[in-house]
Each structure stands twice: as C-alpha cells, then as structure tokens.
Design a protein around this ligand. Structure first.
Ligand code: AMP
Length: 425
C-alpha cells in the first residue's frame, strides 16, 4: 500500500471545514486592513533562499527540499531549485521583479503550503501551511514607520480574537539594524570565545560564522550558557531604540498586551528591528503559532531598491489546532435530503435538486433503489434538517412531502414554495 510521505498528511472532512473557517475569517480581516492577495510559485531558485533567509540558518543549512532541474536539452545546464520553506523571500522577489514600488505601499497576503525537511512531530510537518502578510514599499511611502509595525501586530490581535483564540501571548523584541548588528556580533563573538567549546557542534560553528544564530539553539545543556550572553537590547542605536519605543507606544495605546523578550531573534537572517512571536498555551513554549518582523535590507540584498518591510507568517496547522470549535460543528450540513421513492423517480429528483441548488439550498440526493427507511436514516446521519420525498403522487400533483427530521413533522409543500421554505429555515 502506498501511503502519504512521512511528515506530510491528508486533510479530510470534517477537518477541512475548520481550515475553511480560518481562511474565510482571515480573508475578512485582511479586507478590513486593506491587504490584497499575492500568489507566488511553490518553487524558486535555491539562491533566493540562501541569500535572504541565510546560509547559516537551520532552514537553509538543513531543511530545504532542493533538487536539480536538468534542462530538457542535453546541453542545458542544470538549475538548482528549492520548494519554498517560507514565503517572504518569494514576495520580495516578486516585488522587485514587477517593480511594485511604482504602486507606493504594497500590502500583500498569501495562504499556501511551505516545505521543510524537519523531524516530524506534533505540530511540525514537512509540508505545512502558512498564512502570511507583508507591508513593503519605498521609504517615501512610509514603509519604515513604526505605525506599520503596529498595524501588523494589531491585525494579528484582531485575527486571533475573531477566531476566538484566547490565551495568546505576544513576545516582542528589536534585533536592531546593520549598525547595531556589527557591534553586537563582535560582543557576542567575544563572549562566546571562552565558552563555545562546551556547546553543541552547531553552536561551535555559529559562534564563528554567525553568532546571533546561537540564540536559535534548542539543546537544553546550552541554555545556561546562552543565558549569560550579552543581549541585543543593550546594543540598539538611538534611531532603533526610538523606533522600537514608538511601536510599543502605539500598541499600548491600542490596548494590545505584549511582553519584551530580548532573546527572541527568530531563525532567519533577514530580520531587522522589530521581531515578534505569538505563542499559545495549548501548543507549548517551543511551538509559536506565528512569527514575523521587519526586514529593511532584504530588497537590497536581493538586488532591489531600498524597500523596508514588515511581515509575519502564521502556521495554519497550529492555528487550526488552537481552535476551540469542533470540526463537526464547523461543517455545513445539507439543508435537505431528497429521497426519490420508486421506479423512474431519479429523473424527477435530479430536476428538483438542480432547481433548489440554484437557490443556494444545500442538497443531498438519494437513489430510487433505497427504501424510505434507508433514505431517512441516511438523511439523519448526514445531519440534514429536512427530507423531501419524491414519489409518483408527489410528481403528479407537484406538491412534495417535506419531513422535518428534528420534529418528525411532515407537511405538503407546492413545488413553487420549496426554495423559500428551505431557505428560511
Ligand atoms: P517561521 O517561518 O519559522 O518563522 O515560522 C512561522 C510559523 O510557521 C511558525 O510559528 C509555525 O507556526 C509555522 N511552522 C514553521 N515550521 C513548521 C512546520 N514544520 N510545521 C508546522 N508549522 C510550522
């Protein structure tokens, strides 16, 4: 038997009803905040991720699904392609490729699968889904303003509230800009020199190549050492500190609670200034529902013009796990089950079903070979509110027996009144 690949999974009804509920809700929220959808390809040139996410990150060094795409002609040189492990790089590539700066500030959102070769465990998949958004544009369009950071964070609070996800925590940090990073990296390197030998192999390497990434370490024995390292908050320059304070002031004024965490650096190299994560009790501390931050130099590092930006990615799998609503209750039930009763009744039932469906009534259709008892049992099992009987007498009179499956009451309804009767339930 061929099964789904380890770390991937099928999403089946009724669970997909919860996914649709989430996606409908986020689309409503994006509309309220004036974001528009972007869809980028599922695979990109490998270089895009190496240059943006960063060679030393876990994502690029260990987790990418990369493959050689040999050209069709023998002489074609192969090209290294990668299934996207995240979507910000693709959005910024598209921003540059389509010169979106001509449009001023771009507020874009996406919903789609991402791929990482991670060790499969609860809440961690190799194909998972992200809902994300980016605000990006030329500095003259206000893309660097702390107001944009606050807008993104407010949107997220709105979204979680609308989904009735209650006990979330927003953790906030500033990871500074290029200037701060140089002095901070130097300080980190110095502090790591005498202790790196006692740390895991990854940290020993990071200590030399990209010391900030030491904070991504999850090895328990390394944590006491990491606790003693200098924090970025002590190295922010004046403009970064002011920017961060302005973000906090807007959040406080709009009533959005947050906690400061100066160990939060996120596992991707492109972040500058504001970085954040939302966690939720049900998922455990290691498993953030979502994360994001500013990436003011990303466009330039990909060959584009200055285009400060800020964005986030929600793990949709984890968001769905955090919902309190059951999948059963989210799934729409048929309004009516049509039961053709006796020979040649399928034809009449099919016509009636089509008419009602035109009026947006959710119809399930039985079969003339079923006896009445089987039809009613099937209708109840599906959770249909009504059963509609289509037999010889009904067809002849054009008046149909409508049985309310909750009360058991049965009434004759003329064909012309069926749609309105079923719609007004
Ligand atoms: P990141 O791009 O690593 O900041 O991830 C953003 C969000 O995507 C995380 O907070 C998770 O909710 C989700 N996520 C990341 N990796 C996975 C995975 N392997 N499986 C499920 N969700 C994931």
């Amino acid at each position: 038997m061929i099964k789904a690949v380890r770390g991937t999974r099928d999403l089946l009804p009724p669970d997909t009803a919860l996914w649709n509920l989430v996606e409908d809700t986020v689309r409503d929220v994006f509309r309220a905040y004036n974001f528009h959808e972007i869809r980028t390809p599922v695979f990109e040139e490998t270089q895009l991720f190496a240059r943006s996410v960063g060679e030393e990150t876990d994502i690029v060094s260990k987790e990418m699904f990369t493959f050689e795409d040999r050209g069709r002609a023998q002489s074609d040189k192969g090209q290294s392609l990668t299934l996207r492990p995240e979507n910000t790089a693709g959005v910024v590539r598209a921003y540059i490729e389509h010169k979106l700066w001509d449009r001023g500030l771009s507020k874009l959102f996406y919903i789609g699968p991402q791929f990482r070769r991670e060790r499969p465990q609860k809440g961690r998949y190799r194909q998972f889904y992200q809902i994300g958004a980016e605000i990006i544009g030329p500095p003259t369009a206000g893309s660097e303003s702390p107001a944009r950071d606050a807008e993104i964070l407010t949107l997220l609070a709105t979204l979680l509230d609308r989904l009735d996800i209650k006990d979330w925590t927003l953790e906030l940090n500033s990871v500074g800009c290029v200037n701060d990073r140089a002095t901070y990296n130097e300080a980190l390197r110095k502090a790591l020199e005498p202790v790196a030998a006692k740390m895991c192999a990854d940290c020993q390497r990071r200590a030399v190549t990209n010391p900030l990434r030491v904070f991504d370490c999850k090895v328990p024995e390394d944590q006491p050492i990491i606790e003693t390292l200098p924090r970025i908050s002590q190295y922010l320059d004046e403009p970064c500190r002011k920017h961060f304070e302005a973000v906090q002031a807007i959040l406080t004024a709009t009533g959005i609670a947050f906690t400061l965490n100066d160990r939060l650096v996120r596992g991707l190299d492109y972040y500058t200034r504001t970085a954040f994560e939302f966690t939720h009790g049900a998922l455990g501390a290691q498993n953030a529902i979502l994360g994001g931050g500013r990436y003011d130099g990303l466009s330039e590092s990909l060959g584009g013009p200055p285009a400060p930006g800020i964005g986030f990615a929600i793990g949709e799998d984890r968001l769905v796990m955090s919902l309190t609503q059951s999948a059963e209750s989210a799934q729409r039930k048929p309004d009516v089950y049509i039961a053709p009763l006796g020979a040649d009744m399928n034809i009449h039932a099919a016509r009636l079903a089509r008419e009602l469906r035109e009026h947006d009534v959710a119809v399930e259709l039985g079969d003339e070979s079923f006896r009445m008892k089987k039809s009613l049992e099937t209708a109840s099992k599906l959770g249909a509110r009504y059963a509609l009987i289509v037999g010889g007498d009904e067809v002849a009179s054009d008046v149909f027996a409508l049985k309310d499956l909750q009360t058991g009451e049965q009434r004759p309804i003329p064909r012309a009144e069926l749609a309105t009767t079923l719609q007004s339930r």
